[in-house]
Design a protein around this ligand. Structure first.
Ligand code: ADE
Length: 237
């Protein structure tokens, strides 16, 4: 998979070279390219933003540098991911879908947002996916792009050392993960649940399933309703 990032703060994306994505680059599974949006400007001040038509607070990202970046990156037919609080919520299902693409191009916005024509034009030539990390506002799309990248890249075939851990983790089956324990069996007055030490695999599986359901009901009842109503579908196309 090839991943491109366009940002006015390319250093923000340096963590991509560490940890999981870094390992995938070293193994040849991933190709990463980070681009400075200001390299696609042509004025002395390398301007990337301007005041909004219609007035209002803040600045809007100008269309020309972003358009030129998309031209240079030859995005026709690829998937352009734009992090924004007004996007589609990032879910495990969306991450799994994005993991099937050959190439993702992330456009990281700042300020009040990106001129809508950049998005409209991108949607005409590429698959446009606007993604939100959640119902809160970050200063820009870089942190969200990192989060989407990590959620996607760890699903690439051959990426995780232990594929079974992908199957059992939170959200894969629409439930939160059951609690986990390791040695010692007793620690500071807290014991490991005896069922986990009994060696009865059927009983262990049943206990974990029950724990996952109870935890989901207590912490995220919306997930139980969503999977019951829509078979896990989040309602976006
Ligand atoms: N950019 C700013 N806030 C964001 C959010 N909540 N999700 C994705 N991108 C963002």
């Amino acid at each position: 998979m090839r991943l491109d990032y366009v940002s006015i703060f390319p250093d923000y994306l340096a963590p991509l070279r560490l940890s999981l994505p870094g390992k995938a680059v070293a193994s040849g599974l991933l190709e990463l390219h980070v681009h400075d949006l200001r390299d696609f400007t042509h004025d002395r001040h390398r301007t990337v933003d301007d005041t909004p038509y219609g007035g209002g607070a803040g600045m809007v990202m100008k269309p020309e540098p972003l358009g030129e970046a998309l031209d240079t990156l030859e995005v026709d037919g690829v998937t352009v991911v734009v992090p924004t609080p007004s996007g589609r919520p990032l879910t495990q299902a969306l991450a799994a879908d994005l993991a099937t693409r050959e190439r993702l191009v992330f456009l990281c916005g700042r300020y009040e947002g990106i001129d809508q024509r950049v998005l409209d034009h991108a949607a005409e030539r590429a698959e446009l996916v606007e993604v939100s990390l959640g119902d809160y506002v970050l200063n820009g799309g870089e942190v969200a792009a990192l989060a989407v990248t990590e959620a996607v890249v760890r699903l690439l075939p051959g990426f995780m050392g232990n594929a079974a851990s992908l199957v059992e983790e939170s959200h894969t089956d629409g439930l939160l993960e059951y609690p986990v324990y390791t040695k010692p069996a007793a620690w500071r007055g807290h014991e490991v649940p005896p069922v986990l030490m009994g060696g009865n695999h059927g009983a262990i599986a049943a206990w974990r399933e029950e724990q996952a359901r109870e935890r989901t009901a207590a912490r995220r009842p919306d997930l139980l309703h969503a999977s019951a109503l829509a078979g896990g579908d989040d309602g976006w196309e």
